[in-house]
Design a binder for this molecule. Structure first.
Ligand SMILES: [Zn+2]
Ligand SMILES: [Zn+2]
Length: 343
């Protein structure tokens, strides 16, 4: 099979011919990839930011937001059959450890993460696990929903955490209306009555933000902090959802959060840099968000089936992976980039 693999950091991916994975374990599931979403994390992996954390050995196959059809199942798999359309929760969790028992799939102590620390879905086939697959309506096209497996999942996870603070009359600033942000806006709209203020440097992204439900769209042009403070009666917003985490977003977000407010870190790349005296005197809570749980993904599939969340995507053949990565890096990608294997 074909697979797009990283052989060396700071180098383009190579399209290799590999042996097909097999469902040798009792709960293994092999998925024929219908589509795989491209994530900013793939750029960070290529830059080497994850090398130490993941401990992965090169070369390996990237791609952690996957959907397709079940190709082969292990002897004990009972929740899906060959041919089922599935979306793949990005993490493989054990189901037995304490974090798994409380439903916190991402912090499973025996887990693994295809596309991060083992072979992922930029390929014709992906080896995953019965616990990770959600069976979908067969009419759903993988290319239309693949990015919900990570971008969408991460967005709804953060929105669900923030939602208890977001009653009527509250404001939320969404930093970045890209692949995650535009889903976050729709989840906020579906799950809370908060007023949604979106900031982004791109006019196109701001247009998309308005289309999917933003109440205010503010251009990042040097005046964005003043504009947001005016829009929030000089107080700032109760909640910041920072889908960027770099390129000045954090300074902006800290200046836009209300005293006593909640700053959700979702995008990443640079440091949260704030004097501790400001953290205590302004009583700002900084909250990390790592992808989401299996049930978050089920919730998101329900919102999608109800037409409340729609993905905006740009599709590339798998062979064009390096063009897609360059487009993402240079801000040319609208919505989420989706790789579709020829098979
Ligand atoms: Zn990702
Ligand atoms: Zn576990």
């Amino acid at each position: 099979m074909k697979a797009a693999r990283l052989h060396a950091y700071d180098q383009p991916l190579a399209l290799d011919e590999l042996d097909e994975p097999r469902a040798t374990g009792p709960l293994d599931v092999v998925v024929r990839i219908g589509a795989a979403g491209l994530c900013r994390t793939d750029l960070h992996i290529q830059e080497g930011q994850w090398a130490e954390k993941s401990g992965v050995a090169l070369p390996y196959t990237l791609g952690h937001e996957n959907a397709g059809w079940v190709h082969e199942v292990g002897s004990a798999v009972s929740n899906v059959e060959v041919g089922d359309t599935v979306i793949v929760h990005p993490y493989i969790s054990c189901g037995l450890c304490r974090p798994c028992r409380r439903g916190d799939d991402m912090h499973c102590v025996n887990g693994s993460f295809p596309g991060i620390d083992r072979d992922g879905g930029f390929a014709d086939l992906l080896l995953t696990h019965a616990r990770s697959v959600i069976k979908l309506d067969p009419r759903l096209e993988p290319k239309d929903i693949a990015a919900l497996a990570d971008a969408g999942l991460t967005a709804i996870h953060a929105v669900k955490k923030a939602a208890p603070m977001l009653g009527a009359g509250t404001r939320t600033v969404v930093i970045g209306a890209g692949g995650l942000g535009h889903i976050g806006i729709q989840c906020l709209k579906a799950l809370t009555p908060t007023e949604i203020i979106v900031i982004d440097p791109s006019d196109k992204a701001l247009g998309l933000a308005r289309d999917v439900g933003a109440d205010q769209a503010v251009k990042v042009d040097g005046t964005q902090v003043d504009t947001v403070r005016q829009l929030t009666d000089g107080l700032g917003a109760e909640v910041i959802l920072d889908f960027v985490g770099e390129k000045g977003a954090i300074q902006d977000g800290i200046a836009m959060v209300q005293d006593g407010g909640f700053y959700h870190v979702i995008g990443y790349g640079e440091n949260v840099d704030i004097p501790t005296i400001d953290v205590i005197s302004r009583e700002i809570s900084f909250i990390g968000n790592l992808v989401g749980t299996y049930t978050d993904l089920e919730d998101l599939m329900t919102l999608t089936a109800e037409g409340k969340v729609r993905l905006h995507t740009s599709t590339y053949p798998l062979e064009a992976i390096n063009d897609a990565m360059a487009d993402l890096d240079q801000g040319r990608l609208q919505g989420r980039g989706i790789l579709v294997p020829a098979g």
